[in-house]
Design a protein around this ligand. Structure first.
Ligand code: GLC
Ligand code: CA
Length: 537
């Protein structure tokens, strides 16, 4: 069995960089491209294979870069195209791939396309966006909601029509039913692919196409009453018939270049998610699988989800797992520090490409943001649910060391978001010195995954253990060492009988980074919050 026959994105680990918060190099309190370049050796030391950088394009920053006003340039805050090329070359020289964030669903309202589109009803770019007359009562054309609060329609007095915006009103949605829009985006892809980027994470790929008749969406009877956006079932504004033809064309464009990868942002149940691989595996290589973010942290629920996902993958498709991102509360906050170690062990021993969000290798936590410092639009627009929907807490600067401003920016500078209060004790420099730290665990896990074919590309099979707190599974590959992983999602100790797997095993790694040695699998003791990776004899 030759591990080399698996493409890099199947063998590899993806690490998400939120550039505003990774490393500031020029003392303006905002992270930038030279900052990332300066930290490449750290990224190599993590044992990851690719970085995905959230948007770095010119943007009025109404949605912190996800409102793009020029797809083929770099925001001066982040640097220049030359800085980008330097980063790309320096990354490649170290064997790291670079994925960019492609944001095709919407532009900024300051993008030249939209400026033209809104200038008059007969402008050639008018229908590049979704414009409609007011309803008879003068209100919005239908009942669609913005993800970030309120109606998804904004009235433009100049031309007397409404335009659609799934996110903030400064992010008008492009119209993929207009024949010129997709080709324009495909050209954007070519611009970066020709420059040497290794692929894209495609933002809200499931939203690109909207119902041709823009029908009202039905109420969701299961709505939990929290986020207004989920009051409706988004059956006409998302995952609409015809979307796959668009994704296929994006993939075909990507495939004009060798060895690139397309990752999709796909919050979907398995059956719909599977379709984003494409009927002939001709859509996303990796439609993101967000189950570890969304599910309650319960061993049996997670086990069932992992088994069901494995069963739902189309033949030949390669899975993936995501533990955190810039839109979701941090894993250490969701489940606590002890379980965050278990979660990293799970992420890095499952079958499928893992994605780590910056800072989660050191257990960074959400940082409470005082109301007067809140910047994120969904929190600003919906103050009553800001603590639930606000994303500033998981976007605070990377904690590099114990110096003022955590090594993120110079002392005396005010960073764009506050530094976590725990930075003096929870930081990269300190954890690098501590062989039992979360960072040491993370590095050891990536090292093991890279070294062991069973962990990297092997098969997965869950194992019955009869203890509700425990999730156990085997990873096997022909001709390679076999591994058994046992994860305790609970705070109680357990003695397990895993003798149906083998009689004995050797602990290769434990979440405490200390426990070692041979174990009798008939009486395997698992400590509270402990995860074990065992080499089966
Ligand atoms: C995606 C991004 C999120 C952004 C939204 C609109 O969900 O991850 O950060 O706000 O799309 O572009
Ligand atoms: Ca800067």
């Amino acid at each position: 069995m030759l591990i080399e026959k698996f493409p890099w994105w199947q063998r590899g680990i993806i690490y998400q960089i939120y550039p505003r918060s990774f490393q500031d190099s020029n003392g303006d309190g905002i992270g930038d491209l030279p900052g990332i370049t300066a930290r490449l050796d750290y990224l190599v030391s993590l044992g990851i294979d690719a970085i995905w950088i959230s948007p770095i394009y010119p943007s009025p920053m109404r949605d912190f870069g996800y409102d793009v006003s020029d797809y083929c340039a770099i925001h001066p805050l982040f640097g220049t195209l030359a800085d980008f090329d330097r980063l790309l070359h320096a990354a490649h020289a170290r064997g790291l791939r670079v994925l960019l964030d492609l944001v095709p669903n919407h532009t900024s309202d300051e993008h030249p396309w939209f400026i033209e589109s809104r200038s008059s009803r007969d402008n050639p770019k008018r229908d590049w966006y979704i414009w409609r007359d007011p309803a008879p009562d003068g209100g919005p054309p239908n009942n669609w909601l913005s993800h970030f609060g309120g109606s998804a329609w904004e009235f433009d007095a100049h031309t007397g029509q409404y335009y659609l915006h799934t996110f903030v009103k400064e992010q008008p949605d492009l119209n993929y039913r207009h024949p010129e829009v997709l080709p324009a985006i495909l050209d954007v892809m070519r611009f970066w692919l020709a420059r040497g980027v290794d692929g894209f994470r495609v933002d809200v790929i499931t939203h690109l196409l909207k119902d041709a008749q823009l029908r009202d969406e039905p109420l969701d009877p299961n709505w939990d009453g929290i986020e207004p956006y989920y009051r409706l079932r988004h059956i006409y504004s998302r995952n609409v018939d015809g979307i796959h033809a668009i994704v296929r064309q994006m993939r075909a464009t990507l495939d004009e270049y060798p060895d690139r990868v397309m990752v999709g942002e796909t919050y979907l149940p398995n059956e719909e998610l599977a379709k984003y691989y494409g009927e002939h595996l001709d859509e996303c290589h990796l439609p993101f699988n967000f189950q570890l973010i969304r599910l309650p942290w319960d061993a049996q629920i997670v086990r069932r989800a992992v088994d069901a996902y494995a069963a739902a993958l189309p033949p030949g498709a390669w899975g993936n797992w995501v533990l955190g991102n810039h839109d979701r509360h941090r894993v250490a906050t969701r489940i606590g520090q002890a379980q965050a170690r278990v979660a990293n062990m799970l992420l890095l021993t499952l079958r499928g490409t893992p994605t780590t969000y910056q800072g989660e290798e050191i257990g960074m936590e959400d940082v409470p943001i005082p109301p007067e410092f809140v910047q994120d639009p969904p929190a600003l627009n919906q103050p009553e649910i800001a603590p639930i929907v606000g994303r500033d807490p998981e976007r605070t600067p990377m904690q590099w060391d114990a110096s003022p401003n955590a090594g993120f920016t110079r002392a005396g500078v005010t960073p764009w978001l506050p530094i976590a209060p725990d930075y003096a004790t929870r930081n990269v420099a300190r954890q690098a010195q501590d062989p039992t730290s979360m960072l040491s665990l993370y590095r050891a896990l990536t090292r093991l995954r890279r070294a062991e074919p069973a962990l990297c590309i092997g098969d997965y099979r869950s194992v019955d253990v009869g203890a509700a707190d425990i999730f156990a599974y085997e990873r096997t590959a022909e001709g390679a060492a076999r591994f058994l992983i046992a994860l305790n999602f609970g705070a109680r100790a357990h003695t397990l009988d895993l003798s149906r797997v083998a009689r004995t095993a050797r602990i290769e790694m434990a979440t405490d980074m200390q426990r070692r040695g041979h174990v009798d699998l008939q009486h395997l003791e698992v400590a509270p919050n402990e995860g074990l990776v065992m080499r089966v004899d």
